[in-house]
Design a protein around this ligand. Structure first.
Ligand code: NAD
Length: 487
């Protein structure tokens, strides 16, 4: 009875592909290490999608999570096609798991890597960016995906990152973004990094454009310590980092929110090797170690992690890291690898550095987001997007110039963001998707919402198919919209 009362409820979902094999291996180690868990097993993924649940989840999963607040999850195969939503993204966003923590560590000389010193933690923003999943087909030729970046979202992940560096006694935080191109969205992420960074003067901090940052991470990962970045960039660079550290099969990940947490391997369901008992269970096992630390079972986490390090050090390797010419002693399958970890429970690695964990549960992050005064917002124009398959841009401009308005005048037309009227170049390739920018011509430089409704109606009136509009606003006098390329 006493044992049961000390057990911490957690929800476990085995997932698809190699998920059930690596989860069974992981659970066997947790059980052998006497992890104090009351496990609720739920079904998610392929079989649930096939039963007609487009999110890959059933209400029972949410009910279980409402009780446990902790999920250990195997990888999921997201069916192709627009009728299905990614279960992973749904869980992260629904539960507000804003921080994704992905440690990528080299285990040299036991696991082959060109970067023996590598020890990088990637902190990936987990809720926003292109993963908002807001996509539209707008014309015959053009699809659109909206990239949404919010100030609270940036503040939460950036502040979490600085706190992470401080509490984990790391030395440096690198921010990666593409703000040389996306000046408003990625520009906000970078700006928040600089603002919040001023409160952490003891932490070395730097910014890298994501493309050169990713290249340097692949080439000289030793130069990085902790990296904070956006959702898509973080997804991509953490796979690169895990692979150059040794294998994508080794890296765990924790998804942390203010109330709930989810732990999983960073790799996918690996359908190419499913059912063969050859997958490396280490990513999920190390994710379970992160879960144990999170729920205050640092003692068990330590036992398992050190036994795992000893297993790796003893050359007991799954196929993905096995290398007979180097430090591998024996190639093992998924189940046998777990058995070998179990045999080493209580042992400490000799060459690899043993880990130690605190025994208290990790306090949930309480990230305060600054409340800022509302900006003075002025409507100064409108971008009207039209689906038009006509002649040269001057023809479209002639159509639009037939519109009479006291409020706005046509300022420019762009195609895929490049200015094509006035003074466009004949070389520019044009598709059937045009952005027509109307700016205020009123004495005070502002317009009203009714003016936009009027313009849309007139655009329709000259026979054009408008597909959307974006209001152009100044915030405290600063334009909240980008110039056209070439403008
Ligand atoms: P993947 O990560 O499943 O596999 C990439 C390669 O790595 C494959 O060759 C695979 O055999 C190998 N690999 C992956 N994990 C391994 C392990 N533990 N041991 C040994 N080798 C391993 O990526 P993918 O093939 O692009 O995706 C397959 C499916 O997984 C897709 O449906 C994708 O949507 C899904 N996916 C799910 C998650 C998740 O649930 N968190 C993450 C990524 C991809």
């Amino acid at each position: 009875m006493r044992e049961i009362s000390r057990s911490v409820p957690v929800t476990v979902a085995k997932g698809d592909g190699i998920g059930p094999e690596i989860m069974d291996a992981t659970l066997s180690v947790l059980t052998a290490a006497d992890a104090r868990l009351a496990i609720e097993t739920v079904q998610v993924g392929k079989s649930v999608y096939e039963r007609g649940h487009t999110s890959g989840m059933t209400p029972e999963v949410w009910e279980s999570l409402r009780r446990t607040h902790v999920l250990l999850k195997g990888p999921i195969t997201t069916p192709q096609g627009s009728g299905y939503k990614s279960l992973n993204v749904t869980i992260r966003k629904t539960l507000g798991l804003f921080a994704n923590i992905r440690p990528c560590v080299a285990y040299a000389p036991f696991v082959r890597t060109r970067h023996p010193e590598m020890d990088v933690v990637i902190l990936r923003e987990n809720e926003e960016d292109l993963y908002a999943g807001i996509e539209h087909r707008q014309t015959d030729e053009v699809m659109q995906c909206l990239k949404l970046i919010t100030r609270p979202g940036c503040e939460k992940i950036v502040r979490y990152a600085f706190e992470y560096v401080r509490t984990h006694r790391r030395r440096k935080l690198t921010c990666m973004s593409k703000d040389n191109i996306m000046k408003l969205t990625d520009g906000l992420f970078h700006q928040v990094f600089e603002e919040v960074g001023r409160e952490y003067p003891e932490i070395e901090q730097e910014h890298r454009i994501i493309d050169i940052g990713a290249a340097q991470l692949a080439d000289t990962p030793e130069r990085f310590d902790v990296i904070v970045t956006g959702n898509l960039y973080g997804d991509i660079i953490s796979d690169i980092a895990a692979q150059v550290a040794g294998s994508v099969g080794l890296a765990p990940s924790a998804n942390i929110g203010e109330g709930d947490a989810m732990f999983e391997a960073i790799h996918g369901s690996a359908p190419d090797i499913a059912g063969q008992d050859i997958a490396n269970p280490s990513g999920l096992l190390l994710a379970a170690v992160m879960m144990l630390v999170h729920i205050g079972q640092g003692d068990i986490a330590e036992r398992i992690h050190n036994a795992w390090l000893t297993t790796i050090e003893d050359g007991i390797h799954t196929a993905d890291i096995y290398d007979a010419t180097r430090m591998s002693a024996r190639k093992v399958g998924t189940r046998e690898f777990a058995d070998e970890v179990i045999r080493r429970l209580g042992k400490q690695p000799v060459q690899l550095t043993p880990v130690s964990y605190p025994s208290e549960a990790v306090a949930p992050p309480r990230i305060s987001v600054e409340t800022r005064p509302l900006a003075r917002k002025e409507l100064v124009g409108v971008d009207v997007f039209v689906h038009w398959r006509g002649g040269p841009p001057s023809e479209l401009a002639a159509l639009l110039n037939r519109i009479h308005s006291d409020a706005v005048k046509l300022e420019m037309i762009t195609n895929r963001g490049v200015k094509v009227w006035p003074d466009g170049l004949p070389e520019t390739f044009c598709t059937d998707h045009w952005r027509c920018r109307f700016k205020a011509k009123t004495p005070d430089g502002t317009i009203r919402h009714g003016d936009i409704v009027g313009i849309l109606s007139k655009v329709h009136g000259v026979g054009l198919d408008f597909i959307k509009h974006e209001s152009l606003c100044n915030f405290d006098g600063v334009p909240g919209y980008a110039l056209g390329q070439g403008q």
